[in-house]
Design a protein around this ligand. Structure first.
Ligand SMILES: [Zn+2]
Length: 382
């Protein structure tokens, strides 16, 4: 009697564990039928670094086809005339079509020494926030261009900015900071034998700081940015273009470890990941999966010819296809690119292996982190 009971019990336990086994296998199978790439294509995605300067059908078509929403960034250098036009366009797009557009404002810092400058900026920001702006962008002209009357370069940690940053934090808005340049701006600018500049700094010599010891160094500029992160622990700060530390994930990690109020966004810098050790980059994404956001730094200009629209759309599709493959597969991707471009060279010069991120990491990188770091960015995106 006893042995029969034991046998019955054994049969019961075995059948339960077999069922459990079957269920798990089924789950794994159904999970595998959706590749990470197909999964990525299907989910909602937010590109946090776009510059949409005009209303264009090709941009809406792109977002609908790839399932994206764009966060368009206003950004201003010394050309303050452009400031209002950028803000007006971003505001208009957001008010008209909050499914597709979110926006981040900026402010004019050229006249920072004028009496009442900070108060005026805060007034402007109040108005922009009431029109849906999710944050404020500061640009590299602070640090690399604007000078004080004493001749020193204005840096981001100058006390003149303190009331502005305190206000942004008090409104639970985000500061997105493109400070400095990639470290290459402090390296030689190279030309082809025809004398044509081969990289961005050859074309924009004012932002090439190579061999100009009187100008601020790369470290000076990033240190000023880091002081601000440290001084304003309640202010969410997103480092644009991987915080200008795109050449080495270890540099980014140092800041992420030190400052819980700091995150980074891609800003079209995938090619720099491709140049670093694959395992190191993949570990970085896994370890800091809550602190990295996607952005390709494209968009539209105020005036565009039909050909330019077709070209831009093609380029956006090309980049998206490439980047999705890099992040969501383990494919060997034939590639060849340069410091200043992520367009392919005529001939692939090397192979890049995709980092094949897990689905939950892809979802954070492309969506959830944007929602956490720019509260309200998912508005009307169902
Ligand atoms: Zn940009």
């Amino acid at each position: 009697m006893r042995s029969r009971l034991i046998i019955l019990l054994l049969v019961f336990v075995l059948s339960v564990s077999c069922n459990a086994q079957t269920t798990t296998t089924k789950d794994e199978q159904s999970d595998k039928t959706v590749s990470n790439l197909a999964y990525l294509k299907s989910i909602k995605k937010i590109d946090v670094h776009m510059h949409v300067r005009s209303e264009q059908q090709y941009i809406i078509d792109f977002m609908d086809e790839w399932n994206f929403k764009f966060n368009t960034l206003c950004t201003i250098g010394s050309n303050t005339k452009l400031l209002q036009a950028q803000i007006d366009t971003a505001k208009m797009l957001y008010n008209k079509d909050p499914r597709h557009y979110a926006w981040v404002t900026t402010f004019d810092a050229t006249n920072f020494e004028q009496e009442g400058w900070a108060e005026n900026v805060i007034e402007q920001l109040k108005n922009d926030f009431s029109n849906g702006a999710l944050g404020v962008k500061v640009w590299k002209a602070i640090g690399m261009e604007y000078k004080k009357t004493n001749g020193e370069y204005l840096q981001l940690d100058d006390p003149v900015f303190t009331p502005v940053f305190e206000f942004i934090a008090s409104q639970n808005k985000t500061l997105i900071a493109h400070m400095g340049e990639p470290i290459h701006a402090w390296m030689p600018t190279y030309f082809t034998k025809e004398g044509v500049g081969r990289n961005y700094w050859a074309k924009r010599p004012e932002y090439s700081f190579w061999d100009k010891p009187e100008l601020p160094s790369y470290s000076d500029i990033l240190a000023a940015r880091d002081h601000v992160i440290e001084r304003h622990p309640n202010l969410k700060i997103v480092g644009a273009h991987l915080g200008s530390m795109e050449f080495d994930v270890d540099e980014i990690i140092t800041r992420l470890e030190k400052y819980p109020n700091f995150a980074v966004e891609l800003g079209g810098r995938t090619r720099y990941f491709m140049w670093q050790a694959r395992g190191k980059v993949r570990d970085f994404f896994i370890r800091y999966q809550d602190r990295i956001m996607y952005g390709i730094d494209r968009g539209s200009r105020a005036a565009m010819t039909p050909e330019e629209k077709v070209e831009t759309r093609k380029e956006m599709d090309f980049r998206t296809t490439l980047f999705f493959r890099y992040y969501a597969t383990g494919d060997d991707i034939p590639w060849g690119n340069t410091i200043s471009h992520d367009t392919p060279q005529p001939k692939a010069t090397y192979t890049v292996k995709g980092i094949n991120l897990p689905k939950e990491v892809l979802n954070k990188f492309f969506y959830t982190n944007a929602v956490n770091w720019f509260p309200g960015i998912d508005k009307d995106y169902k």
